[in-house]
Design a protein around this ligand. Structure first.
Ligand code: C2E
Ligand code: CA
Ligand code: CA
Ligand code: CA
Length: 282
């Protein structure tokens, strides 16, 4: 093992983007990490702007090595996405998120949807709908308690097959939202073509909004456009009361961010729910 002062993990383990060799064997490393119990999920609450009530959680993956080093998802998710590891990782995240949400539901703790990030490569794979529905059946989570967060790239890539997959999932009751809205080549046609429940405004707009008129105009316009198309709007990265006041004035439906809560370890979710009051029952 490494010396005590080493803050970085073994270079063979740290998946640095750009170094092609590190992508090789990534699938094995992710599988190993799962077997060694190094992966976990944290859950970040979302609240309804009008009522202040809890209305869902986003599941976010964490990788903590045995020596305590945390590898940030921004580092290893893209590397996993460059290899088949994303399928192993993606399925693990889905299964863990669904089984956790199913337990919250069974124990009467929370009956709110959990949102799971789905990568472009997962969405492009023909088996995704079957995989998702299989995991719902296995964990006993109702389809309406799962949401998928998809990026624009993922939706642009797949066209007809992706739309078909999302229609099948929506038919079964699983909703999809468009993540990081505004950061990609936002195509307005996409919002009409793809069956979506809502859009998530990326935190870069939310955080620039109070100081920059342009960002404020974008956020306002996105909310209006989404509503005109019958879509819900979640703002992510909400850190201040001022940001919340702007979002409320624009009619944004839901917020997620440090103002409400940091992403929580599973064990801290019950305490959070007690603190903010009982969640709405469906
Ligand atoms: P994302 O989907 O845009 O997730 C939101 C990120 O913003 C999370 O970072 C979250 O911790 C962070 N965040 C939440 N509230 C605030 C806030 O008020 N202020 C600031 N500054 N940040 C906030 P995280 O957990 O580091 O995840 C980074 C990205 O990694 C995610 O961005 C997502 O693209 C990816 N990711 C995370 N978990 C998964 C996963 O299970 N599957 C896939 N495919 N991607 C994942
Ligand atoms: Ca997300
Ligand atoms: Ca984002
Ligand atoms: Ca993202």
């Amino acid at each position: 093992m490494s010396a005590g002062h080493d803050v970085l993990p073994d270079p063979g383990v740290l998946p640095l983007p750009g170094a092609a060799a590190t992508s090789l064997g990534m699938a094995d490393r992710i599988t190993e990490a799962i077997l060694r119990n190094e992966l976990s999920l944290v859950f970040q609450p979302q609240a309804d702007v009008a009522t202040g009530r809890l209305c869902g959680f986003e599941a976010l993956v964490r990788w903590r090595l045995a020596d305590g080093t945390e590898i940030p998802p921004d580092l290893f998710v893209p590397v996993a996405e460059a290899s088949d590891a994303i399928f192993v990782l993606g399925e693990w995240v889905l299964r863990r998120a669904c089984s956790t949400a199913a337990r919250w539901l069974r124990t009467g703790m929370a009956d709110v949807p959990v949102a799971v990030n789905v990568s472009a490569r997962q969405l492009a794979e023909p088996g995704l709908a079957r995989c998702v529905l299989g995991i719902l059946a296995e964990t006993g989570l109702p389809a309406s308690n799962l949401k998928l967060e998809l990026t624009e790239t993922a939706l642009l890539d797949g066209s007809a097959a992706v739309t078909q997959c999302l229609l099948e999932l929506r038919g079964a009751g699983v909703q999809a939202v468009l993540d990081d809205f505004g950061t990609g080549y936002s195509s307005l046609a996409l919002l009409r073509r793809v069956p979506l429940e809502g859009v998530k405004i990326d935190r870069q707009f939310v955080q620039a909004m109070v100081e920059q008129r342009d960002s404020a105009a974008i956020v306002h316009a996105v909310v209006s456009l989404a509503h005109a198309l019958g879509l819900r709007v979640v703002a992510e990265g909400v850190e201040t009361r001022d940001q919340l006041l702007f979002l409320r004035a624009y009619g944004c439906d839901r917020i997620q961010g440090y103002l409400l809560s940091r992403p929580l370890a599973e064990a801290d979710v019950p305490g959070f729910i007690r603190e903010i009051g009982a969640p709405p029952t469906a």
